[in-house]
Write a protein that binds this ligand. Structure first.
Ligand SMILES: *Cc1c(COP(=O)(O)O)cnc(C)c1O
Length: 459
């Protein structure tokens, strides 16, 4: 055994060698960010033994907490059999059992499960499946190569998933590498006072979706949407009926609808999957983050029979889906996912989530009148609090000030880990988080926001 590394050494090596994702590294090295050693329940503990409430479920993926006995046991039991074997031309017990389970739980028309290992790769697979589907479909081949998206969408960071995303800050640098898309306006971006009433704007967005999808009806290979909530765009909540509207429009033109449930899936919006709330059956559906209870990198793209059957032919016909990742359908991850899904029922997680959503709405009410809070957006237990320099007319804080980030630092001092989206403070408790911890998380967020907005006003 080597001697344990000291916290100081770890700090030095972190600064010397680890390139953190989505992190401005020059600033990071001066921040003394917690180095997490272990988790227990809904807390994270750093190498100095300091405890933090996990306010963003370890980036929107943790479901039942950390060191959950049932999930730990399932992984250990699987580890006693095998850690990894391939799904390329072979199968494995947990991957089969999980596929069966996912087909039971997701919308009725979805019957096939293509495994990947992250949200981005689940989306990437869905895009390629849709593209290939049109060339091989029973009704006759079509060369459809356009993808439809919603403005401000986020679907991951690989080039394909970035192509169907439209977050200016993350994506503009790669513009020249991306394939072509058509974008419909997001019906969620309505909070900027622009003279039109919300109802007018919503109707305009519904109409624009219809116009644009109709105009490109025979060119669209697929339309991809984050059902109900655009997460990374700042927890933008779609108006009721929008998802159903997109389903009707895409069905009319034979366009597969891809539901990216990577963030909203597994309870976050109050139902197991967001599509359920509008009784929408997508042709392809991506799940990742919460699938394994947030334990391990397993993701899946579910497909309908109609899609799958376009890939059935003699091997020599070349209709195979030539796509896959080495660790696809990893048995440890699938075992964790099966255990996590069982806990949903056993612990009435969806009921708990709905109760937590109500608690959050209540606890965050005081922010509605705060002069530096533009909007508190919420769907289920997904919350985005938009900070503004001024409310009326709306004026954003200068980005150089990193106000959202300052709130994260203030929350950290108070014992909670948060991660903002620009100046949107995100709260994303695990669906199973007990009531008193949800309350504490809200209190910490409110206090941190009050402190930071006051101090930047004085500066
Ligand atoms: C996080 C996210 C992704 C990407 O998932 P990764 O596992 O980080 O690749 C894709 N789509 C949505 C909606 C997400 O929130």
């Amino acid at each position: 055994m080597t001697t344990p590394t000291t916290p100081e050494q770890l700090r030095q090596w972190d600064n010397d060698h680890v390139w953190h994702p989505f992190t401005p590294m020059q600033a990071y090295r001066e921040e003394d960010a917690p180095i997490i050693e272990r988790g227990e329940g809904f807390s994270l503990f750093d190498v100095n033994g300091t405890e933090y409430l996990d306010g963003i479920s370890s980036l929107w993926c943790n479901v039942h907490g950390h060191q959950v006995p049932e999930i730990d046991a399932a992984i250990k039991e699987q580890l006693g059999k095998i850690g990894h074997s391939t799904l390329l031309g072979l199968s494995s017990t947990p991957s089969i059992e999980l596929a069966k389970k996912l087909v039971e739980l997701t919308p009725e028309n979805l019957t096939k499960v293509f495994y990947t290992d992250s949200g981005a790769t689940a989306v990437e697979a869905a895009l390629k499946i849709a593209y290939q589907y049109h060339q091989q479909k029973k009704s006759g081949p079509e060369d459809r190569r356009l993808f439809g998206t919603v403005r401000g969408a986020y679907h991951g960071d690989t080039i394909g998933s970035v192509s169907v995303g439209s977050m200016e800050l993350f994506h503009s640098i790669y513009g020249k590498l991306l394939f072509e898309t058509v974008t419909v306006p997001s019906p969620a971006v309505l909070h900027r006072p622009d003279g039109t009433s919300a109802a007018d704007s919503i109707q305009h967005c519904f109409d624009e979706a219809e116009r644009i999808i109709t105009e490109h009806g025979d060119q669209l290979a697929a339309f991809i949407v984050e059902p109900l909530v655009q997460g990374a765009a700042g927890i933008l909540v779609h108006p009721q009926g929008y998802l159903k509207h997109l389903r009707e429009l895409t069905s009319r033109h034979g366009i597969p609808l891809i539901a990216d449930e990577v963030a909203v899936g597994f309870g976050r919006t109050g139902t197991l999957f967001a599509c359920e709330q509008e009784e929408v059956q997508p042709d392809l559906m991506c799940v990742a983050k919460g699938l394994t209870g947030g334990y391990l990198p397993v993701a899946a793209t579910l497909a309908s029979d109609e899609i799958f059957e376009a890939f059935l032919a003699e091997p020599a016909a070349g209709k195979t889906f030539f796509h896959g990742h080495t660790f696809t359908g990893n048995p440890l991850g699938c075992a964790a996912a099966l255990a996590s899904i069982e806990l949903f029922e056993q612990n009435s997680i969806l009921e708990k989530t709905q109760q937590n959503a109500a608690i959050m709405a209540e606890k965050l009410k005081p922010l509605a009148d705060h002069p530096n809070v533009g909007e508190v957006r919420q769907k289920g237990i997904m919350v985005g609090i938009e900070l503004v320099a001024r409310r009326d007319p709306v004026e954003a804080y200068p980005t150089t000030q990193r106000t959202g980030h300052l709130v994260t630092l203030a929350a950290r001092k108070r014992g909670a880990i948060l991660r903002p989206l620009g100046d949107v403070v995100v709260l994303m408790p695990a669906p199973a988080m007990p009531r008193e911890l949800v309350e504490r998380l809200c209190d910490i967020a409110v206090d941190a926001i009050v402190e930071v907005t006051e101090s930047v006003r004085l500066n």
